[in-house]
Ligand binder design. Structure first.
Ligand code: PNW
Length: 473
């Protein structure tokens, strides 16, 4: 441990920046790539705020040298990016591998390594082939096999050089809304009350299957494999038992539903999740719980299948119990959870509605994770702020506070091994299109050459990483 000013980081701590394929690559139908579910949503629905799409995005498919230049300039140790499933397996299945997809990621990986930047590769960051969406997407249990086959192709082609793998990015988020639309009510029992649980059940089995393939067939590659979960910190609004229980319940439904089966010795979904969904399902006259059950075999297969946990942490909400307000007879995940959200008006707001600058929330989240996972190694795989200005003092303030909190959590015994800023670049922000900016680098989307410009936060982070490292020498 080296102390620099007030910051403390272990000597081999990893600093990085993150992106995801659909959000940056563009080249949506080039060189053998097929349509992804997100190409489909953006082309055929009006759900995106600015009616934009990922057809060109940051054009990183043609500009990987510029991305690497930005990473190099930042002085990061690592780059977290994701692989586009339809770019390497256009039919969705592993019988047909697209050589140009393999070429692109080979080139990216080789150039990163040549610049001393290690890759952390997310196998799935929300963009599966539309052909598999037509087969039901993540509600189809066969996706377990299709995903495992896809992961095997990734290990085969890239595993000689990639030593850090994450299977899924934020399954709770995409199981809730990314394919079907967003919002607390999507308007059907199937989507509001059933699909998120079918999806969770499939994802956990797919993750475990990929883990066992990696450990059994690719043990020689000697890498690490984990999963990335979203973890907003939920602080009880008051210190009443009802609000404390409500914030715990929210954490279990959002984080525990994935973390409990993988990281606890009991395995399986959290007790409160199983009980509440079973009880409400019964009351609502379903013949069985809307939450699928795992078999004993599934539970054993899923338990202990992560070398590390990735957490995406952005912000904090204040939680109160909503049990008295909900209609128990209306099936929905919102009613299953039964909480209300609010914020403290003194928190600095970002330019996206859900994100506030609350650095102590990260400290609490990390302490919670330490307990929950018995101090498993953790990467913060995403952390960032939404602000458009080139002189983005709000983002600088955010990183100052969050890195301080992170450093405090490390001093207090949490096992945090890395931090990735979201994002390297402004990019396609899902339902917000290009209206919301998360980049350390500004991207001019009206210029066909998509020039990248360092924001103040990029310069700040560069100096920060440099200072931490030179004090660690
Ligand atoms: C993450 N929330 O999504 C994703 O992993 C990224 O792809 C995305 O660009 C980034 O965060 C910024 O949004 C989230 O409402 C979306 O709390 C929404 C929330 C959290 C994470």
């Amino acid at each position: 441990m080296v102390v620099f000013s007030a910051y403390v980081f272990p000597k081999d701590f990893i600093f990085g920046a993150a992106t995801a394929s659909f959000q940056i690559e563009g080249a949506w139908n080039e060189s053998g790539k097929s349509e992804s579910c997100w190409d489909h949503i953006t082309h055929f629905t009006d759900k995106i705020d600015d009616h934009s799409n990922g057809d060109i995005a940051c054009d990183s498919y043609h500009k990987l040298d510029e991305d690497i230049k930005a990473l190099k300039e930042l002085g990061v140790d690592s780059y977290r990016f994701s692989i586009s499933w339809p770019r390497i397996l256009p039919d969705g299945f592993s019988n047909n591998v697209n050589p140009d997809g393999i070429r692109y990621y080979n080139e990216l990986i080789d150039k990163l390594l040549a610049n001393n930047i290690t890759p952390l590769v997310t196998i799935y960051h929300w963009d599966h082939p539309q052909s598999l969406q037509l087969l039901g997407g993540w509600t189809n249990p066969r996706m377990v096999e299709y995903f495992a086959d896809y992961a095997r192709v990734a290990f085969e082609h890239f595993g000689d050089r990639v030593k850090q793998w994450a299977t899924f990015n934020e399954p709770e988020k995409f199981c809730r809304d990314t394919i079907w639309g967003e919002g607390l009510s999507l308007g059907s029992v199937a989507l509001d009350a059933v699909a998120p649980y079918l999806c969770a059940h499939t994802i956990l089995r797919a993750h475990a299957k990929a883990y066992h393939i990696y450990k059994n067939e690719f043990s020689k590659q000697n890498g690490k494999l984990g999963i990335v979960l979203n973890l907003t910190w939920y602080e009880p609004l008051t210190n009443t038992t009802k609000d404390i229980d409500a914030s715990n319940r929210k954490l279990e439904f959002e984080f525990g539903i994935y973390a409990h089966p993988i990281f606890t010795k009991d395995g399986d979904f959290p007790k409160v999740v199983k009980e509440r969904v079973a009880n409400l399902s019964k009351l609502q006259s379903f013949t069985k719980s809307r939450l699928p059950e795992f078999t004993e075999e599934d539970i054993n297969e899923i338990r202990d299948t992560a070398d590390f946990l990735g957490i995406n942490h952005y912000t904090t909400s204040l939680i109160s119990d909503a049990s008295d307000e909900i209609d128990l007879f209306t099936p929905s995940t919102f009613n299953d959870i039964a909480v209300n959200y609010t914020i403290d008006p003194s928190w600095p707001a970002s330019e996206i509605f859900w994100l506030y600058d609350v650095p102590w929330g990260l400290y609490k989240a990390l302490m919670y994770v330490k307990n929950y996972t018995n101090n498993h190694p953790v990467y913060i795989t995403e952390n960032g702020f939404c602000e458009e200005a080139i002189d983005d003092q709000g983002r600088v303030h955010y990183y100052q506070g969050y890195l301080q909190s992170l450093s405090n959590a490390i001093s207090d015994g949490t096992n945090i091994v890395g931090h990735y800023a979201w994002s390297l670049l402004d990019n396609f922000e899902w339902y917000r299109g290009y209206t919301k900016k998360f980049g350390l680098y500004y991207v001019n989307f009206t210029d066909p050459s998509r020039p990248r410009t360092a924001r103040s936060s990029a310069k700040w982070l560069k100096n920060f990483i440099h200072d931490v490292k030179s004090n660690n020498l």
